[in-house]
Design a binder for this molecule. Structure first.
Ligand code: GAL
Length: 433
């Protein structure tokens, strides 16, 4: 069924035909990292064959986290069907640590007031309920929120995390290494990767560097399972300009990742940042006054299509019905968790109207008809023109209406509301080359 000329095959062909990078004049430190790439096989922990799914504490709570919150979140995720929908990682972000200030002056320990039973107890609790526990640190003396980091203690910390039963590490260099040269960022990312790989416990590895230093070009070979490809998300669909010259709204993030599809694949993913679905302007941490249910649905669908990790950022305990319905759409989750791991690319654009597409392992193609404009518009997708597949007849499955349409032997046209993305899965019925 699958034609070599389909959408993601074209992306990969582009990657293969890319000219080899010029060899720049490297500094001594650069040579060290480059020699790793040249002489060693790529590092791999064998994890995250599909993008990690779960919850992270940062977007809603910032560093205002505690054992009680985590236990309630785990219980609520199980009770509301989120674990069974695939959301198994429960990730502590910054703020679990006991001390603020430099690692030179303080050890890295869990805050005994916030986490009276310690992190191992919490990991045991998560595991008993069918979840995995994630934790946060960074390569600096301090983290972004000013807590003690891992600098100079990488192996010791990796060992400590493994002994606690940690399953995922977000290792955040955004602040401590913001202005560091790429080779230095590579050095610290690699150092923690090797420390994690030395543990007998498999630990998924997120190298968070805010999309700087072209991290998508080199992180996968260093054993990184996902890397942020942009700065922090804000709770906005389309805030005018770059909020505070830093925050990316949903459309900014999408644009930032538009050319990165070729870097994603099983085990290594572009991370478009944690989800804002359900925050509704009530985040204690993020800027932004929230988005509509339609916009949150568009955001979720597109994150699924670009193969971003799906890490919920809202308070699960108070999640409203619309947000829960959005987050548990199995047909949309299946796009993200597809075995082929093809990330969507933009295949056509006409002003505010964009068509994004990705090929699934079974040869079907998922299409997002995205209307970024202010008015409802008719949008069309033509398999032959936009997806370059030799299909003469096809059927269409609407993944939000859960409805089959067709068969069609002409381009498919439908109305798309302002800020909506219609998510359609197209299956070939008759193929002529
Ligand atoms: C930022 C990062 C956020 C969050 C925060 C914690 O650098 O982008 O996602 O982890 O640090 O302080």
């Amino acid at each position: 069924m699958t034609s070599p000329s389909t959408v993601n095959a074209r992306v990969k062909a582009k990657a293969i035909n890319m000219p080899l990078p010029r060899i720049p004049a490297l500094l001594a430190a650069a040579l060290l990292v480059a020699s790793h790439a040249a002489s060693s096989a790529p590092l791999s922990n064998g994890l995250a064959k599909t993008p990690p799914m779960g919850w992270s504490s940062w977007n809603q709570f910032g560093d205002n986290i505690s054992e009680g919150l985590l236990v309630e979140t785990i219980d609520a995720m199980a009770a509301k069907g989120l674990r069974d929908a695939g959301y198994v990682y429960v990730n502590l972000d910054d703020g679990w640590q006991r001390f603020k200030g430099s690692r030179k002056d303080h050890p890295l320990e869990a805050d005994p007031t916030k986490f009276p039973h310690g992190i191992k107890w919490l990991a045991d609790y998560a595991h008993a309920k069918g979840f995995r526990l994630g934790i946060y640190s960074g390569p600096g003396a301090t983290t972004c929120a000013g807590y003690t980091g891992s600098e100079g203690h990488e192996s010791e910390d990796a060992e400590m995390f493994a002994s606690w039963g940690i399953d995922h590490l977000k290792y955040d260099s955004c602040c401590s290494h913001k202005d560091a040269p790429k080779t230095e960022v590579q050095r610290v990312v690699l150092k923690m990767s090797k420390a994690l790989l030395a543990q007998s416990r498999p630990i998924a590895y997120h190298a968070c560097h805010c999309g700087w230093s072209d991290i998508w070009e080199w992180a996968a070979d260093m054993g990184v399972n996902h890397w942020r490809m942009g700065q922090d998300i804000s709770d906005d669909f389309n805030y005018p300009g770059l909020r505070e010259k830093y925050y990316f709204d949903v459309l900014d993030m999408l644009d930032r990742g538009a050319k990165l599809a070729k870097y994603a694949g099983p085990g290594h993913w572009n991370d478009f940042d944690m989800l804002i679905v359900g925050l509704k302007g009530k985040s204690g941490q993020l800027v932004g006054t929230g988005a509509s249910d339609v916009e949150y649905r568009t955001h979720f669908s597109l994150w699924a299509m670009v193969e971003s990790p799906l890490l919920i950022g809202a308070d699960i305990r108070t999640l409203d019905a619309d947000s829960l319905e959005t987050l548990t759409n199995q047909e949309v989750i299946a796009i993200n968790q597809d075995a082929a791991g093809n990330a969507a690319e933009k295949v056509s654009e006409n002003g505010d109207l964009q068509v994004w597409a990705k090929e699934m392992a079974d040869g079907s193609v998922v299409v997002a008809l995205l209307n970024r404009g202010a008015a409802t518009a008719d949008m069309t997708v033509s398999p032959r023109r936009d997806l370059t597949v030799p299909w003469d007849k096809y059927r269409v499955r609407d993944l939000w209406k859960h409805k089959d349409l067709g068969p069609y032997d002409i381009p498919f046209t439908t109305e798309v509301m302002s800020h909506e993305a219609r998510i359609l899965r197209l299956y070939p019925l008759e193929v002529k080359s």
